[in-house]
Design a protein around this ligand. Structure first.
Ligand SMILES: NC(=O)C1=CN([C@@H]2O[C@H](COP(=O)(O)OP(=O)(O)OC[C@H]3O[C@@H](n4cnc5c(N)ncnc54)[C@H](OP(=O)(O)O)[C@@H]3O)[C@@H](O)[C@H]2O)[C@@H](O)CC1
Ligand SMILES: Nc1ncnc2c1ncn2[C@@H]1O[C@H](COP(=O)(O)OP(=O)(O)O)[C@@H](O)[C@H]1O
Ligand SMILES: [K+]
Length: 543
């Protein structure tokens, strides 16, 4: 994985293997996005005013679609091309019959392209107000307009907002009307997501691609909902950015779903062992098991302390259950010794759900890592390796190891504070994977990253349905289920992350929707079948 800053080699664009097909761009730094504009203008001879027009038309379409009742729109414009986009948008909406006002700082500097836009707005006699008036009292504007567009600053922000711009952003945040940000909420740095005073946008219309600033740090909350506007940058230009983060979408999820041959027997769909559970936390293992089986594995076995085994056996028919020796309801140290003899039968292991961190569990994890098993460590198994990080290097080149921490577990594992991880997740992931290059990391939160030494992908689809104990166990089971059936583990992890999130939002689109508060992690599993069907259709379509 490379740092987000990079130099383009324009000659690389003409290599034969670069396709000029349209595909959804990934997530890029703001600096990269500026380079994309520059290369498109210089190498592809598409003028900047054409890009600006594309941006403004795309934004107008999305505003009309998202806010069909908004007929009176006020556009706040800054001194650069973000302001230029705002002016072009004002013209387009005005010509469509909307009542439009432009708010611009008195005697504001204007960029060259913005000057062109300003002249046409003047010629059309579009209502123009000094931004100072809005700052003095925004309430009359709230009464007269249905919606604000924030086109103050985009990728050119180079210092914290101050003076009138800071006051304008504070007034926007106090306003009761919806705010749509052009490209990036003003005040947020597109490379880092940091910012001091910034707009909290209801909708952000990202021009050309999502920026790091939309998904990390304060920028994530400031951006809320992000839609991408195609402004006509060739896909080949996006491909030149080695620092990009891939976007996990339906197409990539379809790609990571195992292809299920009609002719194979159960032995070819993975022999999985889930190792975990305890007397007090057998539910976590049972949920992971159910999720794993419904993901398509051939055979599933559970290795769990005797008392948990009894409880699970009473309610689950899907898995073979191997009772393990226990101490106080948790794995005993003897349980780990017996595990050594069992492991050869299995092709994939998932360890950690509901297991506790007692001495027996510690020994179980160590035993697994000494064996050359492909496996996932989740939950308590991650807490255990956090205490023994040197174990992560045992046999690391001979097996695939997937770790699925949430932010607090990743903090224990990596030594970074939760705040550091939330502010600079990419840097923290990068540093961790440089230390442990053979790991696939799934860093879970309302934004989830899937990363290995070469790639980083992101799913940014917050859904409070998943903020429930047990969602992580279901995800671990799903990842395990998909990985056990194939060898493209990274893609399978990304696919599982998408399916898991989609399973949460699936019900919301149905008439008999379960309210997010009432949804349980087990309900996620019921949606797998419909989602798998959808993904298979996407795959057929793309073949
Ligand atoms: N390139 C293209 O062809 C395309 C670009 N596109 C659009 O352009 C946007 C980028 O435009 P941009 O580069 O002009 O930067 P932008 O964000 O408008 O602001 C820069 C201006 O603000 C100033 N300034 C900075 N910080 C400040 C502060 N805190 N407080 C006060 N002033 C501050 C800075 O002046 P300075 O004082 O630093 O000289 C400069 O004047 C991008 O987000 C997208 O919307 C699309 O149309 C597609 C085609
Ligand atoms: N607000 C949210 N938006 C989207 N996904 C979420 C949200 N909250 C939690 N999740 C997802 O739910 C899962 C929770 O995992 P984890 O915290 O390990 O739960 P548990 O240990 O209780 O099973 C992760 O996949 C995480 O990404
Ligand atoms: K903006």
């Amino acid at each position: 994985m490379k740092e987000p800053t990079f130099e383009f080699d324009p000659s690389a664009m003409f290599l034969e293997n670069i396709q000029y097909y349209a595909s959804e761009p990934g997530v890029h730094s703001s600096s990269a996005a500026r380079k994309f504009d520059q290369i498109t203008i210089e190498n592809f001879h598409i003028p900047s005013l054409v890009l600006m027009e594309n941006a403004a038309r795309g934004m107008a379409d999305r505003i009309i679609a998202n806010y069909p009742k908004a007929k009176k729109i006020a556009v706040l414009c800054g001194p650069g091309n973000n302001g230029g986009d705002g002016l072009a948008l004002a013209r387009i909406l005005y010509l469509k019959g909307y009542r439009v006002a432009i708010l611009l700082k008195a005697d504001s500097a204007l960029s060259d392209d913005e000057t062109v836009q300003f002249e046409s707005c003047l010629a059309l006699n579009i209502q123009l107000y000094p931004l100072e008036l809005f700052v003095e009292d925004y309430r009359p504007f709230d009464e007269s307009y249905d919606l604000y567009v924030d086109a103050l600053f985009g990728s050119g922000l180079n210092r914290p907002l101050g003076g009138i711009y800071k006051e304008a952003v504070c007034a926007l945040n106090r306003s009761i009307k919806p705010v749509v940000s052009c490209d990036i909420p003003s005040g947020i740095y597109g490379n880092t997501g940091q910012g001091e005073t910034f707009v909290y946008a209801d909708l952000t219309l990202a021009l050309d691609c999502r920026k790091f600033g939309h998904i990390i740090s304060k920028g994530h909350q400031a951006s809320k909902t992000v839609e991408v506007i195609d402004i006509g940058i060739p896909a080949a230009v996006h491909a030149l950015d080695p620092g990009q983060i891939k976007w996990i979408n339906k197409k990539s999820a379809a790609h990571g779903l195992p292809v299920r041959s009609r002719y194979l027997n159960k032995g070819r769909f993975g022999k999985v062992l889930l190792c975990g559970g305890s007397f007090r936390m057998q539910g976590a293992l049972a949920m992971a098991a159910s999720s794993c089986f419904h993901a398509g594995v051939g055979t599933l076995s559970l290795y769990t302390p005797k008392s948990a085994a009894r409880a699970i056996a009473a309610k689950m028919d899907l898995a073979m259950i191997i009772p393990a020796d226990e101490t106080d309801g948790y794995f005993s140290e003897q349980a780990a010794d017996r595990l050594t003899d069992l492991l050869d039968q299995y092709t994939f292991v998932c360890c950690g759900n509901g297991m506790g961190t007692e001495d027996g569990a510690l020994k179980v994890v160590h035993t697994l890592l000494k064996k050359r098993m492909n496996m996932i460590l989740d939950a308590d198994a991650i807490n255990i390796v956090s205490r023994h990080p040197e174990w992560l290097k045992i046999n690391s080149e001979f097996r695939t190891l997937i770790l699925t921490p949430h932010v607090v577990e990743f903090s224990r594992l990596s030594g970074f504070t939760v705040e550091q991880i939330q502010n600079s997740p990419i840097k923290c992931i990068d540093a961790f994977l440089r230390e442990y290059p053979n790991i696939i990391l799934v860093l879970k939160s309302d934004v989830t990253f899937v990363a290995d030494a070469e790639n980083i992908s992101v799913l940014d689809h917050p859904d409070s349905t998943l903020s429930k104990g047990g969602s992580g166990d279901v995800l671990a089971g799903l990842i395990c289920g998909l990985c056990a059936q194939q060898s493209v583990f990274y893609e399978a992890c990304a696919s599982a992350v998408w399916i898991h999130n989609q399973a949460a939002s699936y019900h919301q689109n149905n008439q008999d929707r379960i309210n997010p508060a009432c949804f349980t992690p087990l309900d996620l599993i019921e949606n797998y079948s419909s989602i798998f069907n959808e993904l298979e259709k996407v795959r057929e379509h793309c073949a």
